[in-house]
Every structure is written in structure tokens, then in C-alpha cells.
Design a protein. Structure first.
Lengths: 414, 163
């Protein structure tokens, strides 16, 4: 039988085929559809009504509120209300209200399994690929199509392999790996194909760090990011599941190989994640705000990284922390991580998308310079068009907060 | 129709800024592309065509990005390449997205017409024909129906008649 990549195997299973070839157009059965309050109910409800159609299988739909929370005006209150009412009307039991950001809550509540084919109504949906599930983002109308038919078309992707040998240095994280790839391959380096992360350095990463890799595959321009399942996946899921991996020798579009130990902490200058370079080139930049937030940069593992730097130190600038989920925040509180951040001067924000998506009261004012653990620094995304956002890992954001200027976190870990 | 030329990597935050996303499409449309061209939403006229470089529509999955362009009456998008998610969104709304390797030859303000039979953009100002990659047949049928919603409407009506 033809050797298949992980992406091909996942798509073939969903298409009811034994094998598929890159470039073919196939129709896939969707195992799970995830929506949030912004792109979800408020958009799909009127379209479902126009069609007089019902959700194909309410047990396969997950709705998570995370964008317009906490509701801060009439419009946002209305958007959240529509989500709450609609899940009742449509009979959707998998509803997580104000529990955190969808990409983090979805696996945290056990909805992702290796082998699944999943669509999400958000561009960072490739995050789910860390669980060896084929997960990708769609817009509201395409989501409507899934809700009505339970199916979606797909052009079978080629696979680009990013292999990392060795191990990351202390103070270097998955975020740095992605910024490094962004600097090298740009915003369309992924060519809307499947990007598969492999190698000894990847196998060492905990699940939430793997999620960061797959999450930022969106910025790299891939349709999804994938990592084969292994013992670490099983431990996270607390069950033994069948291993999903590429066949050795399966044909790929490109195979890039790097030594993980050579990757330095990275920073991406405004206004593109592709403006990434090693941190030492930004030593003269003096932000006035440090932000640790979002699905990309405020999961439990991210909070732990920041706490390693901030322990016993004080932030010299305003430091905002929005833990990515309520459960991660609870664990961080129980283990003491959260107190370390608070003692360093962090202000705690709600478990929501917040500033990263340009929502809420804390969006950046005119001319503000910020360093952020989030994924995107496009012009005007996080606030005023004149604001300047530098992207970095939670380690580097924390080190910068302590130093008062962009700083290499390895200086604090020696 | 008039060409509005933009560069590489025009992202959906620029096409449909996040802070207006809580509003309806009317309000979002007023701020469409304002960070790169403040006059665009006031001066674009129905039938005009957006021309761009690589990776048009990268970033957020927000469908309001192609919806705003459609609402302004933009007839088609011509770019060297599109971000995949945006490409799907545009076609789902019935807005043709045409990948054209020669897009960068088109200058701002050129008169364009599009021939879907021969898969070519005709730049009348330059007197040049620039081929684009054909939209796959199953998607072109949906675009002709006006997008996925009217396409599904038709499909469901057919199913009802058959049963």
C-alpha cells in the first residue's frame, strides 16, 4: 500500500477511503465542530433559520464563549446572550461559558482524540493538530455548511515536515521555534498545506507547548499543524489510544531539519510575526506594557515559564496576565505559579481572548509600545493603529518586564 | 472596472478591524482597509476590483473581511496568492478570488475586465491579458449560485421536491 503522511491518513479516514493523494478534492465527514461567540451562534443562527435547517448532530458540536467576555457594552452583551440562547434551542450540551479560550478549553475538556477530523470557527484551530487530529479553521458560512450537512470539502494537503533534533535550551520555548520559522519562511511559508512537526526536540515537549507550535501554524499559513501521538499525548488524555503517525518514507513536499539547541529566543517586530529575529537585536526597545495572554501565550505551561523568570523579581512596567482558561488559572493558583506572577506586580485579566483580538477595555492606546506573548502583531489588531507590538515567548516577555527593556530570558536562568 | 492595488500579506485585521467586529457589516465596511488606504471605503465603486500581491487575507478567519469587500460592491479579487482560509471564505460568499501570477503587473487605477470563460484578467489600460488559475468546478458552481448559503438553499429545495 502507498505510504501515507499523517495528514493523508487523517483525511482518508474522514473521507471513508483507504488512501488519498495530495491535490485530490474529497468530501470529509466531520467528527466535531467547534464555535465561539464571535464567529458562531450570532452568525450561523440567522442562516440556519433562513434555510429552515437543524444542526446535523448536536452531540458533535462544541460552543465556547471567549471573545466578548466579559461583556462590556450592549453589543457584546447581546452577542453572548445569542450564544447562550442558541445552544439551548439547538440542543447543544457541550457548552463552555466563560471557561477560557476555545483552543485551550476544547482539549482540556477531553473533546480531542488522535485520528479525529475537526473544524473550528477560528483561525487558530490548527492548535488541535497537536493531538494528531486534523483540525483547521473555517469562516461562519462554511461552518453553516458543516452544521447542515456534517461534511466539508478538502483539497488533500501536501505535507511540509519541520524536524527539530536535539533539545531546546533552557529559556527557549515552542513560541521561539514558531517565531524562528516565521522569520525564515514568512506568513505564507505553510502554503495552506499540512505542517508536521517532528524530531527529538518535539517529542520532549509537553502537550501545551506542542499546542503552541500547531497554534501558530496559522501565522505560518498552513491549513493545519500536526504532531504524531505518543506517550505524552496519552498521558494528557489519561487513556491509551492508538498511535497516529506518518509512515516512514511517505512522500512530502519539503523536509526541513534544524538543530533545536541552536535556536535563540526570538522577537518579532511590528507589524508582522514574520519580522522575527534573535532577541539580542532588540535590546534598545523599551516597551511600557508586557502582556501574557491568549491561546498562544497564556496556557498553564506559559504561566509557568513566566513565573520561572519573575520569581523574586518585580516588573518595571505594567504587566497584564490573562490566563487562557479558568482551569489553567486554578492549577496555577493551586501550585503557587499565579502568586509568583502577582507578587511580581502582574494584574490579572479575565480568561478570554481580550487584547489579543482587539476586544475589551484594555486595548492598546495610541503610540503604546508593548511586548506580548500572543500570536499576531498586525497593525491595529490589538488597539490603535499607531501602537507597536513586539511578539515574544512568555519567558522573554517576563524578562523584558523585569529588565525594563527587551531582554534575553537566559540571562535570568544562568 | 477600476483596479485598487494593495501589497503583500494584507491581513484580515486590516480588512475588517477587530474593534468594529461587534457591529453589523455596514459599520465594519466603513473601516475596511483604512489602515493602508483611508479613502478606500468612501471611494471604491461597485464593480471595482481588488488587486494584491502574495497571501491576501492572511490572519483571522473572520468572514466579515470578504463580506465587507462584497458589501462595497467589489466584483472580484485578483492576487498573486490568497491565504487558504480567506480564499474559502470569499468563495463561500460568492466573491471570486482569482490567483493570478501576473497580478503585480496591474497598476492602481487600471481598467480591468475578467473573462471567466478563458480564465483571464484583461488589463484594458495596459492592453494585456493575464491568466488566472481556474476556480475548481464544484466551487465555481457555488460562486455562480451566489455563495454557499444560496447554494445550500437550492440543494435543500431539490431534496424536498425529490422526497
Amino acid at each position: 500500500m502507498m505510504k501515507q503522511t499523517l495528514a493523508q491518513k487523517l483525511v482518508a479516514r474522514a473521507a471513508g477511503r483507504s488512501t488519498v493523494a495530495p491535490g485530490e478534492i474529497v468530501t470529509c465527514k466531520v467528527d466535531l465542530a467547534m464555535m465561539h461567540d464571535s464567529g458562531g451562534p450570532r452568525r450561523v443562527k440567522p442562516m440556519l433559520e433562513r434555510l429552515g435547517a437543524k444542526v446535523w448532530d448536536p452531540s458533535k458540536v462544541v460552543v465556547i464563549t471567549d471573545h466578548y467576555l466579559p461583556a462590556y457594552d450592549e453589543e457584546s452583551r447581546n452577542i453572548i446572550r445569542i450564544a447562550r440562547d442558541w445552544v439551548r434551542e439547538a440542543g447543544i450540551e457541550n457548552f463552555y461559558d466563560a471557561q477560557g479560550i476555545c483552543h485551550v478549553v476544547l482539549p482540556e475538556r477531553g473533546h480531542l482524540r488522535p485520528g479525529m477530523f475537526v473544524v473550528g470557527g477560528d483561525s487558530h484551530s490548527p492548535t488541535g493538530g497537536a493531538f494528531a487530529a486534523y483540525m483547521f479553521g473555517v469562516g461562519a458560512t462554511e461552518m453553516l455548511g458543516v452544521l447542515v450537512t456534517g461534511e466539508i470539502w478538502l483539497k488533500v494537503p501536501h505535507t511540509l515536515v519541520m524536524e527539530f533534533d536535539g533539545a531546546l535550551q533552557p529559556g527557549v520555548s515552542a513560541k521561539d521555534v514558531m517565531l524562528f520559522l516565521m522569520g525564515r519562511f514568512g506568513l505564507d511559508g505553510g502554503q495552506y498545506q499540512a505542517v508536521e512537526y517532528r524530531g527529538a526536540a518535539i517529542r520532549r515537549l509537553p502537550m501545551q507547548e506542542r499546542m503552541t507550535l500547531c497554534n501558530m501554524t496559522a501565522e505560518l499559513g498552513g491549513q493545519t499543524g500536526l504532531i504524531a501521538s505518543d506517550a505524552i499525548t496519552n498521558a494528557f488524555l489519561a487513556s491509551e489510544v492508538e498511535t497516529w503517525d506518518s509512515d516512514a518514507g511517505a512522500s512530502v513536499l519539503a523536509h526541513h531539519r534544524f538543530n533545536a539547541s541552536e535556536i535563540a529566543p526570538q522577537v518579532a517586530a511590528p507589524h508582522s510575526p514574520a519580522n522575527a529575529k534573535p532577541v539580542e537585536q532588540f535590546r534598545d526597545v523599551k516597551p511600557t506594557l508586557a502582556y501574557i495572554g491568549a491561546c498562544t501565550g497564556a496556557k498553564l505551561e506559559d504561566l509557568r515559564m513566566a513565573s520561572q523568570i519573575l520569581g523574586g523579581r518585580k516588573s518595571k512596567m505594567r504587566l497584564l496576565v490573562a490566563p487562557a482558561s479558568a482551569r489553567d488559572q486554578k492549577t496555577a493558583a493551586d501550585e503557587g505559579t499565579l502568586q509568583v506572577l502577582l507578587d511580581a506586580g502582574a494584574e490579572l485579566l479575565p480568561n478570554a481572548c481580550g487584547i489579543c483580538a482587539g476586544y475589551g477595555d484594555h486595548v492598546l492606546p495610541e503610540d503604546m509600545v508593548a511586548i506580548s506573548s500572543t500570536a499576531r502583531n498586525f497593525k491595529g489588531r490589538m488597539g490603535a493603529a499607531s501602537s507597536q507590538v513586539y511578539l515574544a515567548s512568555p519567558y522573554t516577555v517576563a524578562a523584558t518586564a523585569v529588565a525594563g527593556r527587551v531582554c534575553d530570558p537566559r540571562e535570568f536562568l544562568r | 472596472m477600476k483596479a485598487w492595488v494593495f501589497g503583500d500579506n494584507i491581513d484580515t485585521d486590516v480588512i475588517a478591524p477587530g474593534r468594529y467586529m461587534k457591529f453589523g457589516i455596514e459599520r465594519i465596511t466603513q473601516h475596511c482597509l483604512e489602515a493602508v488606504n483611508p479613502d478606500f471605503s468612501r471611494q471604491v465603486t461597485p464593480g471595482d476590483i481588488i488587486v494584491a500581491g502574495r497571501n491576501f487575507g492572511c490572519g483571522s478567519s473572520r468572514e466579515q473581511a470578504p463580506a465587507a469587500l462584497k458589501h462595497l460592491g467589489v466584483a472580484a479579487l485578483v492576487a498573486e496568492s490568497f491565504a487558504g482560509l480567506f480564499y474559502r471564505n470569499a468563495l463561500n460568499l460568492g466573491l471570486p478570488a482569482l490567483a493570478c501570477s501576473g497580478a503585480k503587473r496591474i497598476r492602481h487605477g487600471d481598467r480591468l475586465s475578467i473573462d471567466y470563460a478563458s480564465n483571464q484578467v484583461f488589463d484594458l489600460t495596459l492592453d494585456e491579458r493575464l491568466p488566472f488559475e481556474p476556480i475548481p468546478a464544484h466551487l465555481m458552481e457555488m460562486v455562480r449560485d451566489g455563495g454557499l448559503l444560496p447554494h445550500l438553499e437550492k440543494r435543500l429545495a431539490r431534496k424536498e421536491r425529490a422526497s
